[in-house]
Design a protein around this ligand. Structure first.
Ligand code: ZN
Length: 102
């Protein structure tokens, strides 16, 4: 079963999806991966990476948490604004990082 991860600011009620939580069989460090296994690593995703930097910068001192299915209760974040989401209250990655200098 896939376990998906999210980075959320619980004060500002905003989060972004960071992909599947992957724990390599060889004991290597775990990582998050968006998309099929043959797609580039998350760190090569410029837009998502920029959004992640902005998210952390905007929420200094806030309880920004990394949440993973099966480890954390996620029930409270589904009403948050999702960066990169497609519900009416959400914000696209493009709009979120538009004109951001970071
Ligand atoms: Zn915040």
């Amino acid at each position: 079963m896939s376990r998906y991860g999210y980075i959320a600011c619980e004060t500002c009620r905003i989060y972004m999806f960071v992909g599947k939580y992957v724990q390599p069989d060889d004991g290597g460090a775990p990582y998050f991966h968006i998309g099929d296994p043959d797609e580039p690593p998350n760190s090569a995703r410029t837009l998502e990476t920029k959004a992640l930097w902005k998210l952390h910068t905007e929420h200094i001192g806030h309880p920004v948490r990394t949440l993973v299915e099966g480890t954390n209760d996620l029930s409270h974040i589904w009403e948050f604004v999702e960066i990169g989401g497609d519900e009416p209250q959400d914000i696209s990655f493009e709009d979120y990082v538009k004109d951001w200098a970071g």
